[in-house]
Design a protein around this ligand. Structure first.
Ligand SMILES: NC(=O)c1ccc[n+]([C@@H]2O[C@H](COP(=O)([O-])OP(=O)(O)OC[C@H]3O[C@@H](n4cnc5c(N)ncnc54)[C@H](OP(=O)(O)O)[C@@H]3O)[C@@H](O)[C@H]2O)c1
Length: 251
């Protein structure tokens, strides 16, 4: 199959393109770095010629409320219109577990807008909802940083390794569209603060972690289970310890 991966140079996109190529598919990484821009439309129609499946794993360069909403709305509109024109048969997108419970957050309002456009497009689709990537732990630490401590929600997370996400995205890409949402998560459900404590200890970071029910996650207040799957998720195999050991080994 000819498969266009929007955001194919990113963390998930580059791993996904590699897996699809290994399976003998003609997978193409599309992003501004390869001359395809879903915001300006540059290179899009040309890149979509003969493409059967599009996978959207792009992310907004800015997480500022207005910028992120504009990114996902504009990118989604341009991409889906070009796909309809090109006769694409399956649109696969990566979003986040709990997105619809997180509308207080500017980032998640962007993801809600992206998903709404997909569902209204008339193109057969599969939305994959993933939990937080282990690779995003540094971003979570940064989001809660206050001097010599990190203030984070008390809620649960069930993080997943990007290698497991890319494999699940490849499975969804090669399967028939479900016209709905699939959930994926890591093997362990843990309190966000406890996980971050482990992460800081492993990286030799002396800052302490405060679990605070009133602390916001990218602008949103969390219930215990806001960020964890509600249905029967597909579980990745890689746990925190394995991920951490492997990520150190590749440094
Ligand atoms: N982080 C998490 O924990 C998490 C959890 C669940 C779901 N997700 C979702 O996973 C997806 C992928 O995340 P990631 O961490 O793999 O992203 P990433 O590494 O930041 O990569 C983003 C990709 O988007 C591309 N891009 C940016 N602007 C673009 C444009 N105008 N047109 C086309 N492509 C553009 C970038 O291209 P260049 O390299 O050319 O700039 C890059 O390939 C996101 O949609 C995110 O919402 C993330």
């Amino acid at each position: 199959m000819k498969i266009l991966v929007i955001g194919g140079t990113g963390l998930i996109g580059s791993k996904l393109v590699a897996i699809l190529l290994q399976h003998g598919h003609n997978a193409i990484a599309a992003s501004p770095a390869t001359g395809v821009n879903t915001i300006t439309g540059e290179g899009l129609a040309e890149a979509l010629k003969g493409v059967q499946v599009v996978v959207d794993v792009a992310n907004s360069p800015s997480f500022e409320d207005k910028a992120v909403l504009e990114f996902f709305a504009t990118s989604g509109r341009n991409l889906l219109a070009a796909e309809a024109e090109a006769g694409v048969r399956h649109h696969v997108a990566l979003s986040v577990v709990g997105t619809h419970r997180l509308a207080e957050s500017g980032y998640f309002r962007g993801k809600i807008a992206q998903e709404k456009l997909i569902k209204a497009s008339g193109i057969p689709y599969t939305i994959v909802h993933s939990t937080q990537f282990f690779e995003f732990l540094g971003g979570i630490v940064q989001s809660g940083a206050e001097g010599d401590h990190i203030r984070l929600p008390a809620a649960y997370v069930q993080p997943i390794a990007s290698d497991d996400v890319a494999r699940a995205m490849a499975d969804a890409t090669l399967a028939a569209p479900v016209n709905g949402t699939i959930e994926i998560a890591g093997p362990e459900k843990v309190r966000m603060a406890a996980l971050v404590e482990r992460y800081l200890a492993n990286t030799g970071d002396a800052r302490s972690v405060i679990a605070d029910q009133q602390a916001r996650y990218f602008g949103a207040l969390l219930e215990d289970d806001t960020l964890v799957p509600v249905r029967n998720p597909h579980l990745g195999a890689i746990n925190f310890d394995t991920w951490f050991r492997r990520s150190r080994a590749t440094l």
